[in-house]
Design a protein around this ligand. Structure first.
Ligand code: SF4
Ligand code: SF4
Length: 320
């Protein structure tokens, strides 16, 4: 895979600082049952990195000490970590809102048959990837058969009440473009998804999050292979919207890797750009207990233009 960091290092992206921390985004490991071409994690079935029980205990200790309101669990496929359910139930017992970034098809993996039941019992918000409502596009990006499997799993979640009015069980979908274009209007695309998935499959959901592809890891490497990296950076920079700086996700989110080290966001984690903290080369979550990261400078590089282009992009979708 081509390295993207040397192409992103020199930057004129504006300096920004953290605000009050609200969301802890924890990556439970890079193992995934899929190997999508746009994956910014480079996750896949052969990855072995997994957060240990000891590190998960440290995550819980930090959540408690820092009064974190939202735990955003990601991977890989985070459900494949054997401690996933323990982390979810512990956080829910602490009154923390929990989000599971679910690739849907993991629900059909061995041992995951009752995943929908577990998630609904714990009232976990499900954030599910579905990069298109058309089968060909999804299978090209995520693998043959992924679309049909995703539809089956969405129907299962609907049966458990997810995405149904009045259930209190939130099901949000995630879209990202196929190539070097910026995503279309989130509002318009949500309407299209709702109509298509409703009419074709009887599927309902709460909201669609529209994400811009990041020029890093597998997607960035693909751009380099095709000679499109510079073009894509031009697309992102030409669409720069300064008002998006106010709400980029690194302002109120801290990202934790499978070993417990911290980063300003998931993308910085994938570029191995650790949180800048007291001159240390790398900081562990346990070392932040009892400290306050508010006003800490955020480590920005050229990939940050992926968050500020057009309607903006964050783990919660468009910004503006
Ligand atoms: S994009 Fe998501 S589902 Fe696809 S390989 Fe990466 S982590 Fe797995
Ligand atoms: S890539 Fe990360 S650090 Fe850069 S603006 Fe986006 S969220 Fe912030």
């Amino acid at each position: 895979m081509h390295a993207t960091f040397p192409l992103l290092q020199a930057t004129q992206f504006p300096a920004i600082r953290r605000r009050h921390l609200e969301i802890l985004q924890v990556n439970l490991g890079y193992k995934c049952n899929q190997s999508c071409v746009h994956c910014h994690v480079n996750a896949g079935p052969t990855r072995t990195e997994m957060m240990s029980r000891e590190t998960i205990n440290e995550v819980v200790a930090y959540i408690t000490a820092a009064g974190i309101g939202t735990l955003d669990i990601t991977g890989g496929a985070p459900e494949l970590n054997e401690h996933f359910r323990m982390l979810v139930t512990t956080a829910r017992d602490l009154g923390v809102q929990v989000m599971d970034r679910c690739n849907l098809t993991v629900m059909e993996q061995p041992g995951q048959e009752n995943l929908a039941q577990f998630l609904s019992d714990q009232e976990v918000e499900v954030v599910a990837s579905l990069p298109c409502y058309l089968e060909d596009n999804v299978d090209r990006q995520r693998g043959k058969g992924v679309f049909q499997a995703s539809i089956r799993c969405l129907k299962t979640l609907n049966r458990f009440g997810y995405g149904q009015a009045g259930s209190g069980l939130t099901l949000n979908l995630v879209y990202n473009p196929q190539g070097t274009a910026l995503p279309p209007s989130q509002m318009q695309l949500e309407t299209d998804y709702r109509r298509h998935l409703g009419e074709q499959f009887g599927i309902t959901f709460n909201h669609l999050h529209v994400l811009t592809n990041m020029p890093i890891q597998r997607f960035g490497s693909m751009l380099i292979s095709k000679g499109q990296f510079e073009h894509y950076m031009d697309v992102l920079k030409n669409a720069y919207q300064p008002q998006n700086l106010e709400s980029v996700m690194c302002r109120n989110l801290l990202s934790v890797d499978w070993r417990g080290y911290v980063y300003d966001c998931d993308f910085n984690q994938m570029l191995d750009l650790p949180l800048s903290w007291k001159g240390r080369p790398r900081t562990h979550l346990r070392d932040l207990i009892g400290t306050d990261v508010t006003h800490n400078p955020i480590l920005v590089k050229d990939h940050c233009y992926g968050c500020t282009a057009g309607q903006g992009s964050s783990c919660g979708g468009a910004l503006s």
